[in-house]
Ligand binder design. Structure first.
Ligand code: HPA
Length: 299
């Protein structure tokens, strides 16, 4: 049983016990007939992907007990239960970021709620800076792995007492991004004719909110990082802990150039704009992945 955990960095035990999360899940299930099997988190500028959902029920975060409210421009802040290509899904339109001041466990709390309402899969999307020299703005990087640098520094959403009803004390992260889904997504991008703009790479989540210095980017490149962002890693960590199968991708919204004499500077407004420009393509990719998962799990 999870007990109170008095650490201001990680008030997860205190605020989000299994029972509290079950209450949230029951509340949501009482407000929609839909029973999703796939949870989708929409990143900065990617929220309009939710426009593709049909027969949708919209639930604002502020109306859900115990839910934080997203504070970032470009993030609406609601859950959407609806059908994507005929498949029942639950979308988070607007996520919670560490830089907003929430502990990591609070940022990834909705993932456990997804699990408790019945989702076996998580699809996470994000906007990221492209560090790999071949990446261009508008490209998609399918996440094949991540570096959890925040956990290196002792900050992990799974810190604190472990509730075995979610998962083990020491979860494995070797196959965090399901390789079969990754392979399928590559096939899908080929079928869509976008394979030249789709890569596989390693993502890192930094705390933000500032973008990186040149020296930091140089270091990250040496580490094998291909894209830099401020989300997703703690969500995937939480999802894998509770046994969800994960797929994630980054939309490259700006280039991270590790040189001092460049005019390429990341800015939030551009990041949101690129997301809107790619809305249809991304929705199609997500829709086809969702459909594939649904077909696979019907048998
Ligand atoms: N750095 C960190 N996070 C980001 C970036 C970036 O360049 N672009 C979008 N999110």
């Amino acid at each position: 049983m999870m007990t109170a955990f008095n650490d201001s960095r990680s008030n997860f035990g205190k605020m989000y016990t299994y029972d509290t999360l079950q209450d949230i899940a029951n509340h949501l299930l009482s407000r929609t007939q839909l029973r999703p099997k796939i949870g989708i988190i929409l990143g900065t500028g990617l929220g309009s992907l939710a426009n593709q959902l049909t027969d949708a029920d919209y639930i604002d975060y502020e109306t859900v007990p115990h839910f934080p409210v997203s504070t970032v421009e470009g993030h609406v802040g609601r859950l959407i239960f609806g059908y994507l290509k005929g498949v029942p899904v639950m979308c988070m339109q607007g996520r919670f970021h560490y830089y907003e001041g929430y502990p990591l466990a609070k940022c990834s709390m909705p993932v456990r709620v997804m699990k408790l309402v019945g989702c076996s899969h998580l699809i996470a999307t994000n906007a990221a800076g492209g560090l790999h020299p071949d990446y261009k703005v508008g490209d998609i990087m399918l996440m094949k792995d991540h570096i959890n640098i925040m956990a290196f520094a002792g900050n992990n959403p799974l810190q604190g007492p472990n509730d075995a009803r979610f998962g083990p004390r020491f979860p494995n992260m070797m196959n965090a991004y399901d390789w079969k889904l990754l392979r399928k997504a590559k096939e899908i991008s080929k079928a869509m004719g976008i394979e030249n703009n789709v890569h596989e790479g390693v993502y890192i989540c930094l705390g933000g909110p500032n973008f990186e210095t040149v020296a930091e980017l140089k270091m990250l490149r040496i580490w094998g990082v291909d894209a830099v962002g401020m989300s997703t890693v703690h969500e995937i960590t939480t999802a894998r802990h509770c046994g969800m199968t994960c797929f994630a991708f980054s939309l490259i919204t700006n280039l991270c150039i590790p040189e001092y004499d460049t005019d390429e500077l990341a800015c939030h407004e551009d990041i949101v704009g690129i997301g809107l420009r790619q809305e249809k393509t991304l929705a199609e990719l997500v829709g086809r992945v969702v459909k594939h998962i649904h077909m696979e799990h019907k048998q």
